[in-house]
Design a protein around this ligand. Structure first.
Ligand code: NAG
Ligand code: NAG
Ligand code: NAG
Ligand code: NAG
Ligand code: NAG
Ligand code: NAG
Ligand code: NAG
Ligand code: NAG
Length: 816
């Protein structure tokens, strides 16, 4: 206030008089010289007011209080020493500096402010000189220690407040500096305000919290206030949640199962926050740090932290998602499947169930890196770069498990080569073409194609059966089975050709003598699918139905039908050999002719006589009447009823005995001595029975002396006969050594007679009915060869040479 009153004229005077002060000495004599200066003083301190450079002869100091016109004397000196007036006491401790007219005021008082005028007179040779020295004294007051006043010492964030820096004394203008000392003792200058002790904060925030000081300063000094605390009330802010261990994914936080998880919630607030935790909206914990010591997969969910400022009754909330990681169960699953048309392998590996997905990788042939975060992976392995029995391993790892789990798969080729076969269903309704290529992993693809390359049916794995309705058009057609496996280069194939049966026989006409077995042969020369030959007899009956009569022998390509104990009446005729498969059939006839043996010779009974009077035994002798082959004899008897008058032709004949062909005598024993008998003898040639001899009854024995004589004679002849027989046997057995002797005795007929009528003749092929022209042309069986009549002696000669029966007839006549 003081300063303001004096300030303006003071400045004006300075401007007006300052140039004059320099030229004081060269003023016109006789003129009063004026000089003005300005001086500041401070209350309580000292100040010197000057009056000219030298001591004037006479001077007077006057003082004018501000705001008045009155000049009052303070000191004067008229040559007899300075005289200080009472007024000086109001100004401070005033003295005059010796040898000068300057004043010194110690302990300056505030009332000393004003204009001091020193009127000085100098007696100079040029005459007396008068000077007026005006001194403007400004008395300044230092600032006292300020203090702070606040409109609100704990304002809420966002509101406005004003701080004041209170000050008792101090000359203005005063500069105010606001300092903040934070909690961390950091000093900050918040504001510097000139001449206004208020510090307005329009919107307080938490950063304003701290110790405040104000620093007031003026021209004289500066002073700091004591510090004062400003407490800003705020919050809670949006909470911050820290998860330990820290692991963030795009889905939120994650934790591994069984580890300890700690959730720490922090929300800035003054006063500090109160915390409440929620799991899936239900309260689980109170306090800032929520710890789950052994987290389980069921703990996955939303965790919310609620922070509250109880003073302001405000709250804030933050929710996080926590996912608990756990590995999938078990181990990965490996599989291999064919791709790219069965030329490459797709290796699949899957391991599902864990969170997050496991990491899978194939070894050994890993192209590229492991596939992270996939529950399954598929890699393509070039088939031709893969060896047989290669094992591929898929390894799975999971973040929540330190174990590596794996699976493996082995690829291998099917066994050998694909195999083709055809067969027909029952009754040849359908043809089944079967192709298989067993084994292998993965399995091979198998499909059928016609010879022109068109695919037939579908393609299948491992085996494929193509079913065709039976039809003769398939005869001669080829079918190709293709098989493809990734480990093999290209495709493999097998081929089959369907063919209607073709039947061939070695002899289409067979001739045998009755009683023997005969073998008919039929050969199946071409035939696919394979079928069997069936035989029909001369009555078109299936031979299997008559097992004793017919015997079948089968081999791969042929069957032999043996007709046993052929009979000329029933077994002659056309036999049929037949074969049918799904693409056609064939049938050929084989003519069997069973011939009878020729009639054996007629027989004459030479002798028939009881050898004793007891009439028990009869001696019988006979001889051949005609030539001819024979195989034996049989003797029959008839018991004639009493009285024996006539032979009754109606009486039955009783066969007594069969005899060898070389026997010519026989003794019939054990007859009833009282009975009357008739006998006859018949020659047989195999089954052909000759004419019986004439019927004879035995005669009574002759005179008793005869037998001895005749016996002796016969005995001699029997010895001769035996020798002859032995000779003949020797010749026959050694006929190769003595052919001439042999021929001499037997002629050549004997060897020729052994000609085998079963000598193989030309083969007569029989083909499918009506297709005879396509078969090998063959002349009709020539009767000259195939029906060549056998010699009567023809017998199956499977005896070794030299053992053949030799028919020798030796007739021994009793001579007396
Ligand atoms: C301030 O000034 C008044 C009057 O001049 C005086 O009475 C008081 O003592 C002074 N206060 C201080 C702290 O100097
Ligand atoms: C502070 O606010 C008061 C009243 O609102 C105003 O008069 C004063 O000039 C302001 N001071 C400053 C430094 O802005
Ligand atoms: C408080 O201070 C900090 C650091 O100095 C700053 O980042 C933040 O923005 C301030 N807050 C406000 C409300 O001004
Ligand atoms: C919690 O919520 C999550 C997500 O909605 C859910 O998967 C989980 O099963 C819930 N847990 C319980 C115990 O309800
Ligand atoms: C698949 O392979 C077969 C035989 O190798 C071939 O004929 C066929 O054209 C192939 N198909 C494709 C689509 O490559
Ligand atoms: C493999 O994963 C894919 C997607 O990653 C999915 O579409 C496919 O169904 C899965 N296959 C199997 C066999 O799981
Ligand atoms: C491939 O391996 C399998 C199984 O060991 C074996 O049976 C087969 O003979 C092998 N094939 C070849 C062509 O080596
Ligand atoms: C079937 O007959 C043929 C020709 O006659 C003959 O070669 C073959 O040995 C005979 N088979 C049997 C078992 O008798």
């Amino acid at each position: 206030m003081v300063q303001r009153v004096l300030g303006i004229p003071y400045i004006c005077l300075t401007v007006l008089f300052l140039p004059l002060l320099q030229g004081v000495d060269i003023l016109d004599p006789g003129q009063v010289v004026y000089s003005e200066t300005k001086t500041n003083g401070v209350v309580g301190r000292g100040v010197i007011l000057e009056c000219g450079p030298t001591l004037p002869d006479v001077y007077i100091w006057g003082f004018t209080q501000p705001g008045t016109d009155i000049i009052r004397a303070v000191v004067y000196n008229f040559g007899k020493g300075p005289k200080i007036q009472k007024l000086a006491n109001d100004l401070g401790d005033l003295t005059v500096i010796s040898n000068s007219a300057s004043l010194s005021i110690e302990n300056l008082l505030l009332a000393a402010e004003g204009v001091y005028t020193c009127q000085a007179l100098y007696d100079t040779p040029e005459g007396a000189k008068l000077y007026y020295y005006y001194v403007f004294l400004h008395v300044l007051v230092p600032v006292t220690k300020p203090y702070i006043l606040m409109t609100d010492s704990s304002p809420v964030e966002g509101t406005s407040m004003t701080m004041r820096c209170g000050l008792e004394n101090g000359t203005g203008p005063i500069n105010y500096i606001w300092e903040q000392e934070s909690r961390e003792s950091q000093l900050t200058t918040m504001a510097e305000i000139y001449d206004d002790n208020r510090f307005n904060v329009t919107e307080v925030n938490r950063n304003h919290t701290g110790w405040y000081r104000c620093l007031a300063s003026n021209q004289v000094n500066q002073q700091r206030s004591d510090r004062i605390w400003l407490d800003i009330i705020f919050g809670p802010d949006q909470p911050q949640i820290d998860v330990t261990p820290y692991s963030v994914t795009e889905r939120g936080y994650s934790a591994l199962e069984k580890e300890t998880v700690s959730l720490l919630c922090q929300a800035s607030s003054n006063p500090p926050s109160q915390y409440v935790w929620f799991y899936n909206n239900s309260q689980v914990y109170t306090g800032p740090q929520f710890t789950i010591t052994k987290v389980l997969r069921m703990h996955t969910g939303h965790y919310a932290c609620l922070a509250q400022n109880t003073y302001l009754n405000t709250r804030s909330r933050k929710t996080i998602t926590l996912t608990v990681y756990y590995p999938p169960d078990g181990a990965p699953t490996c599989s291999i499947s064919p791709v790219n048309n069965y030329s490459d392998l797709a290796l699949h590996c899957t391991w599902e169930g864990g969170i997050p997905a496991a990491t899978l990788g194939w070894t050994p042939y890993v192209f590229g890196e492991e596939s992270e975060g996939l529950t399954n992976i598929t890699k393509i392995q070039k088939g031709e770069e893969t060896g047989n029995n290669t094992v591929f391993i898929c390894q799975g790892s999971h973040i929540a498990s330190n174990e590596i789990k794996s699976c493996s798969a082995r690829t291998w080729m099917p066994y050998g080569e694909p195999k083709c076969s055809a067969y027909a269903t029952r009754n040849n309704e359908y043809i089944m073409l079967s192709c298989s290529w067993e084994g292998g992993f993965p399995r091979a693809l198998v499909w059928w194609a016609s010879s022109s390359g068109d695919m037939q049916g579908t393609s299948e794995e491992n085996a494929n059966i193509l079913v065709l309705r039976s039809n003769a058009i398939y005869s001669g057609k080829a079918f190709i089975c293709h098989a493809k496996h990734p480990l093999t280069k290209g495709t493999k194939q097998c081929t089959l050709k369907l063919e209607a049966p073709v039947l061939v026989t070695q002899r289409s006409v067979m001739t045998v003598y009755e009683g023997s077995d005969v073998q008919l042969t039929c050969i199946l020369s071409r035939n696919y699918p394979v079928t069997e030959i069936t035989w029909y007899n001369n009555l078109k009956q299936h031979v299997n139905e008559i097992p004793k009569k017919y015997v079948l022998e089968r081999a791969a390509a042929w069957t032999n039908l043996t007709v046993r104990e052929t009979d000329s009446d029933t077994d002659s005729g056309e036999y049929w050999c037949s074969a049918t498969n799904a693409v056609g059939g064939a049938e050929i006839p084989i003519m069997l002719m069973v011939k009878r043996y020729p009639m054996p010779p007629n027989i004459i009974i030479n002798k028939i006589i009881y050898n004793s009077r007891q009439r028990i035994d009869v001696d019988l002798e006979w001889q051949l009447q005609t030539d001819g082959e024979l195989t034996g004899f049989f003797i029959e008897r008839q018991m004639l009823p009493e009285p024996v008058k006539k032979r009754n032709s109606g009486l039955p004949w009783q066969k007594l005995v069969d005899l060898e062909p070389d026997s010519r005598s026989y003794q019939i024993n054990n007859l009833d001595p009282t009975g009357t008998y008739a006998f006859r003898i018949t020659a047989v040639n195999h089954r052909t029975i000759g004419n019986p001899s004439e019927i004879k009854s035995p005669a009574e024995p002759p005179f008793n002396a005869y037998p001895a004589v005749i016996g002796a004679a016969i005995g001699g002849m029997i010895i001769a006969t035996i020798i002859t027989v032995l000779l003949f046997l020797y010749v026959v057995r050694n006929r190769n050594n003595n052919p001439r002797l042999h021929d001499l005795i037997f002629g050549r007929q004997n060897s020729q007679s052994r000609e085998n009528i079963n000598f193989p003749e030309d083969e007569v092929p029989g083909t499918a009915e009506g297709e005879r022209g396509t078969g090998q042309p063959s002349p009709p069986a020539s009767p000259a060869t195939s029906m060549a009549l056998p010699r009567p002696t023809a017998t199956p000669t499977n005896l070794p040479p030299g053992e053949e029966p030799v028919n020798v007839t030796i007739t021994v006549m009793a001579s007396s």
